[in-house]
Design a protein around this ligand. Structure first.
Ligand code: PXG
Length: 465
């Protein structure tokens, strides 16, 4: 590797970034003062910044680089496809080889009769497709009033008007006139924060029964679908109690409600199966996919749709689609990514090797005085920071104050770990080795020690009333 940087110096990049680049989910003025950390390249599970410092990426970028960085095969697939057919569409009675092959491959990988794919460029677009598709489905079946979609508080389903309405994040609904009509929210199965005196299993049932209660309130004739992530990701890696999904399944079936599994994070091996639904024995009617579909090498997402819904929707023209639906280059990259995941046995290795190892070392973090619980499923995991373990207490300070300190300490120790409020989350590339998991845990421990020291010094170790 060349030691001569092929980019301007960091300060210059930061100044241009501050002057012209509006960052997503960021207070840009505050960032401008501090300067963004500029990432210039990556290999395997490691990022390199513009000062040449190496970081262990505990987040797979943004939950997406499942296969790890630097796979030349994906670059070659993109270049090949760009030369042969950089763009064509499927709107007006045409199709092309990458979209056809990818749809067929996804039908093979997805469980049961999820045999049809509607492509998008990412998860937000795919969830907007889902809103229109389930409402149109019931309308075509003669029940146009069956249009309410029930989702969960603290869920993340994207940033477009529709998908952010599905999402249950209050801070997002507070900006830009959300939610759109006929979206309802129920509790998330977050036992640590909201379980009170119930056991996790009792709490899982209670959360699921909120769905049944809301359906009863609205009338089943008005409810089109329930959407949820098998394991909430951006909400803080909330692993539901084992009792939760069987009860949700029963309720959806009993009231003739479509089930949409948002697999944007849980898909493509994250939970140790191809899809999170398989980890929980769920057979959804629609799955939202994105991120790991191409390991983030190209923007592509979509909806995998069951036979019945596809047949009803296919009966006339569904007035919906994106210029880049099934983009040939992105589809070719996704196909190559799936080939490698499959041929190298990456998903199986997570299930039988790395996830069990992570489960063991991650659980060990509960001996730290700041850590109230440590949960994990496959290669996604979280810890809840607390000032009082016995009470599972929240901090008296503004939520996220201590989490942000911990995130900063991780960054300073060359580990990318995200905070969601006062939960710390990881989702490393699926190709991570057990020795790199050891490095991750060692750096996390240092960061936790430093966080405890700072929080104690600043009087932040007080519990909310
Ligand atoms: N569904 C889920 C479950 C997601 O996690 C989306 C939909 C939207 O996908 P697109 O491709 O439109 O971004 C997501 C995205 C975070 C973070 O900070 C998480 C996501 C996106 C950005 C930030 O955890 N998830």
């Amino acid at each position: 590797m060349s030691l001569i940087a092929n980019h301007p110096p960091t300060a210059e990049l930061q100044a241009l970034d501050a002057a012209h680049h509006m960052h997503p989910f960021t207070a840009n003025a505050a960032l401008a003062e501090k300067g963004a950390r500029v990432i210039v390249r990556a290999e395997g599970v490691r990022l390199t910044d513009s000062d040449g410092v190496e970081l262990l990426d505990g987040m797979s970028g943004l939950w997406c680089v499942n296969i790890g960085y630097g796979r030349a095969e994906l670059a070659d697939a993109a270049a090949r496809q760009m030369r042969e057919l950089p763009y064509y569409n499927a709107f007006f009675q045409t199709s092309h080889v990458p979209a056809i092959s990818l749809a067929a491959k996804l039908a093979e990988l997805a469980p049961g009769d999820l045999n049809h794919v509607f492509f998008a460029s990412g998860g937000s677009e795919a969830n907007d497709t889902n809103i229109r598709m389930v409402r149109h489905y019931w309308a075509r079946k003669g029940q146009p009033e069956k249009r309410v979609i029930i989702a969960r508080r603290n869920a993340y389903h994207g940033s477009s008007m529709g998908s952010a309405s599905l999402g249950g994040m209050a801070a997002m609904h507070a900006q830009g006139g959300l939610p759109i009509p006929d979206i309802e929210h129920i509790a998330q199965p977050n036992w640590f924060a909201e379980g009170g005196d119930m056991t996790p299993e009792e709490f899982g049932i209670a959360c699921a029964r909120e769905l049944e209660a809301r359906i009863a309130e609205l009338g089943a004739h008005r409810v089109a679908a329930f959407i949820a992530e098998p394991v909430q990701g951006a909400g803080g890696v909330i692993v539901p109690p084992e009792s939760y999904w069987p009860e949700i399944k029963r309720i959806c079936a009993a009231h003739d409600i479509l089930l949409i599994a948002d697999e944007v994070i849980t898909g493509f091996g994250r939970t140790g199966h191809w899809f999170g639904s398989q980890s929980y024995g769920i057979q959804p009617h629609i799955m939202t996919i994105a991120k790991g579909l191409s390991s983030g090498y190209a923007p592509i997402g979509g909806s995998i749709v069951c036979d019945e819904v596809a047949e009803v929707i296919g009966g006339d023209e569904f007035n919906h689609g994106y210029t880049y639906s099934g983009h040939p280059v992105a589809a070719a990259v996704a196909l190559e990514n799936l080939r490698i995941l499959q041929e190298e046995g990456v998903v199986e290795r997570v299930r039988t090797h790395t996830a069990p190892y992570l489960a063991q070392v991650w659980a060990g973090l509960t001996d730290h005085p700041l850590v109230g619980e440590a949960v994990q499923r496959g290669l996604m995991a979280s810890i809840a920071l607390t000032p009082d373990k016995a009470r599972r207490a929240a901090f008296a300070a503004e939520p996220g104050t201590v989490g942000l300190i911990c995130r900063e300490r991780c960054f300073a120790n060359n580990l990318v770990m995200r905070h969601v409020g006062d939960r710390m989350v990881i989702a490393p590339p699926l190709v991570i080795s057990t020795s790199d998991l050891d490095v991750l845990i060692a750096r996390a421990r240092v960061a936790l020690d430093e966080t405890l020291e700072i929080a104690t010094r600043e009087g932040l170790m007080r519990a909310a009333a």
